[in-house]
Design a binder for this molecule. Structure first.
Ligand SMILES: C[C@@](CO)(OP(=O)(O)O)[C@H](O)COP(=O)(O)OP(=O)(O)OC[C@H]1O[C@@H](n2ccc(N)nc2=O)[C@H](O)[C@@H]1O
Ligand SMILES: Nc1ncnc2c1ncn2[C@@H]1O[C@H](COP(=O)(O)OP(=O)(O)O)[C@@H](O)[C@H]1O
Length: 281
C-alpha cells in the first residue's frame, strides 16, 4: 500500500498543575491527558525522490516550519530512509487552542510514515523523536490517555471516564510561551503522589493568568460554568465541560451558539489514530 489516510485527534488536559521551573526554562508539570474523537485528517503518499511536500491551505504556518514537515524530515534523518512523501492536511482543529493539533499532526506523521516507509521503528523511539518536536507529541505517539509528569514526557497510562465534552473555542490565539513566561503564573503546586488523581484536583494552574490576559476566555468559562464545571485545556484558549450524553452537550452548545463557537466530541482513552492503525493490521 502506498497511500494512507489517518486522523490526528485533539487532546484535553483534564487537570494541569505546575510544580516548578527547570534551569532550561521549561516547567515541570503534572497533567492528565485524554483524547477527543475530533481530529485533523492527514493523507500520505510515498515519493521515490526523498522530498517531503505538504499540501494544505494553512496560510499561518510556512511549509518548512509545519510540524508535519519537521516530523517527516526528522524521521528520515533518524532512519536514513531515502523515500519521501506527499502529505495532504485537512485542518479541522482550531490552532493555538490548547487541544494539541500541531503536536497531534506531528505524531500522526511519525506513525503514518513509519508504517508506509516500512521502517519498523518502535514506539519508544518515535516518542523520543516526538519529544524533540514538542512536549505534547509523545502522548499522541503512545495513543493512551495518560498521567504525565516532567515536561509531559513521563507517561503513565490511565483510564478516566469517557464523557461527552462541549469545547468552546474563544476567538483568540493564546501563546503557550507567553503564558509560561508570565510573572504571575502559579509555579509551586505540590506534587500529587496518589494515583489515580484524587477528586478535587481538576484545576489548571494556567487558568488564572489566561483569564486575566484574555477576557474572551474568561467570558467563555463564565458562560459554560452555568451548566457544568468549566475548565481551560493546556494554556487555552479552549475551555471545556463534561456532559453525560451527546444530546445534553449539543443542547448547551445550541443555547450558547449566538455568541460562542464550539464543538461536541466524545472523550476517548484510546486515540482515534491508534484505533485506525489497529484496523489496518
Ligand atoms: C501546555 C501544554 C499542556 O499539554 O499544552 P498546550 O496548551 O500547548 O496545548 C503543553 O505542555 C505544551 O506543549 P507544547 O505545545 O508541545 O509545547 P512546546 O512547543 O514544547 O513549548 C512551547 C513553549 O512553552 C513553554 N513550556 C512548554 C512546556 C513546558 N512544560 N514548559 C514550558 O515552559 C516553553 O517556553 C516553550 O518554549
Ligand atoms: N500542523 C500544524 N498544525 C497546527 N499548528 C502548527 C502546525 N505546525 C506548526 N504549528 C504551529 O504550532 C502552533 C501551536 O499549534 P497548536 O498545536 O494548534 O496549538 P496548541 O499547542 O495550543 O494546542 C501554531 O500556532 C503554529 O504556529
Amino acid at each position: 500500500m502506498t497511500r494512507l489516510t489517518l486522523p490526528a485527534p485533539a487532546k484535553l488536559n483534564l487537570m494541569l498543575h505546575i510544580l516548578g521551573r527547570r534551569p532550561d526554562g521549561y516547567h515541570e508539570l503534572q497533567t492528565l491527558f485524554q483524547f477527543l474523537d475530533y481530529a485533523d485528517e492527514l493523507e500520505f503518499a510515498v515519493r521515490d525522490d526523498g522530498q517531503i511536500h505538504l499540501h494544505s491551505d494553512l496560510q499561518e504556518v510556512p511549509h518548512d516550519s509545519n510540524l508535519i514537515v519537521k516530523a517527516a524530515r526528522k524521521l528520515q534523518q533518524l532512519t536514513g530512509c531515502t523515500l519521501g512523501a506527499d502529505i495532504w492536511l485537512k485542518k479541522i482543529l482550531p490552532m493555538g487552542g490548547g487541544i494539541g493539533g500541531g503536536s497531534s499532526d506531528a505524531a500522526t506523521t511519525l506513525l503514518g510514515l513509519n508504517h508506509l516507509w516500512k521502517l519498523d521503528c518502535g514506539e519508544d523511539q518515535l516518542a523520543e523523536l516526538g519529544l524533540s518536536l514538542g512536549a505534547d507529541v509523545p502522548v499522541f505517539v503512545r495513543g493512551h490517555a495518560a498521567f504525565a509528569e516532567g515536561v509531559g514526557e513521563k507517561l503513565t497510562p490511565v483510564d478516566p471516564e469517557e464523557p461527552w465534552y462541549l469545547v468552546l473555542v474563544p476567538q483568540v490565539f493564546v501563546s503557550t510561551a507567553e503564558i509560561f513566561s508570565h510573572p504571575q503564573l502559579t509555579r509551586d503546586s505540590l506534587p500529587l503522589k496518589m494515583r489515580p488523581v484524587p477528586k478535587g484536583n481538576s484545576r489548571n494552574d494556567c487558568q488564572a493568568v489566561v483569564e486575566q490576559s484574555y477576557p474572551e476566555v474568561r467570558n467563555s468559562l463564565n458562560l459554560l460554568s452555568k451548566f457544568t464545571e468549566a475548565r481551560l485545556t493546556g494554556t487555552g484558549s479552549c475551555v471545556f465541560g463534561a456532559f453525560p450524553s451527546k444530546a445534553e452537550a449539543d443542547k448547551v452548545l445550541a443555547l450558547l451558539a449566538d455568541t460562542q463557537t464550539g464543538f461536541v466530541a466524545k472523550g476517548s482513552n484510546i486515540s482515534m489514530l491508534h484505533r485506525t492503525l489497529q484496523s489496518l493490521h
